[in-house]
Design a protein around this ligand. Structure first.
Ligand code: ARG
Length: 255
């Protein structure tokens, strides 16, 4: 009698833990937020010396999760795969220096914005490019699926502002920069903060100039209609800004 009860209990316990383990690390689970990112965008996200994703967005989401009493799991993937992964439930949120755009708003819901950036043009030292107008007829490198890509790839003939010769799309911004240094592209269009980082680590070879393109606002994205999560994120973001944590993170990662 005792033994069968023990076995029954064991069975129950193991069923419970099997079911529980099915939820761990799975988007939609209430004890853990699965953050999707593309850790190729310093200082917002990059792989740290310990091999783990780090950066402003990582720290920000960890802080939001801490205030929600949940853990964080990070899924690192290509930038262009993020929105699809959110839609199919692989991740709960995107924190990837993602700019709010009207097109993206059709596919995801955005939190309050948390950072303003703009596109910069990285060129080799000595390049004749002085402004975005000089991109006309040039071979330009971008990170695939980013706003930089979308802007220079504009194909509407009437609205074709930049009229570049060719857009080369890279999975990683740094690979575009390497091709710039090797002379395979003539300019790279990328967000201001990673641009500054890439220039700093390749001093004397490349410089970044203003593009004059519209400023962009970064926000966290959640699956369309996930207002429950969005409200919690917005509440935490407001607190983080008000209590000085935001400034602390900016100092730590960006300034
Ligand atoms: N702000 C740009 C965009 O939303 C680039 C973001 C790239 N982020 C990244 N983690 N690679 O398209």
């Amino acid at each position: 009698m005792q033994i069968t009860r023990g076995i029954k209990l064991l069975f129950l316990v193991s069923m419970v833990s099997i079911v529980a383990s099915m939820f761990v690390g799975c988007a939609g689970n209430t004890s853990e937020l699965v953050m999707g990112t593309n850790a190729e965008f310093p200082p917002f996200e990059y792989i740290g010396d310990d091999g783990q994703p780090d950066g402003f967005d990582v720290a920000l989401v960890k802080e939001i999760a801490r205030r929600m009493n949940v853990g964080v799991k990070i899924e690192n993937m290509e930038f262009k795969s993020l929105i699809g992964s959110l839609a199919n439930g692989k991740i709960d949120l995107i924190a990837a220096g993602m700019t709010v755009t009207e097109e993206r708003k059709k596919e995801v819901d955005f939190s309050k914005t948390y950072f303003t950036a703009n596109q910069m043009i990285i060129i080799p030292v000595g390049s004749e490019i002085n402004s975005a107008l000089d991109l006309k007829g040039m071979v330009v490198g971008v990170q695939e699926g980013t706003t930089g890509d979308i802007i220079v790839s504009e194909e509407d003939v009437d609205e074709k502002e930049y009229d570049v010769k060719e857009v080369k799309r890279y999975k990683k911004g740094i690979d575009a920069v390497m091709d710039l240094i090797n002379g395979r592209v003539e300019a790279v269009v990328i967000d201001s903060n990673p641009a500054a980082e890439y220039v700093k680590s390749n001093e004397g070879k490349i410089v970044a100039i203003e593009s004059g393109m519209e400023p962009e606002e970064y926000a966290i994205a959640v699956k369309k209609g996930n207002t429950k999560l969005l409200e919690k994120i917005d509440k935490a973001l407001t607190e983080i800004k008000q209590d000085g944590t935001y400034d602390k993170l900016i100092k730590q990662y960006i300034q």
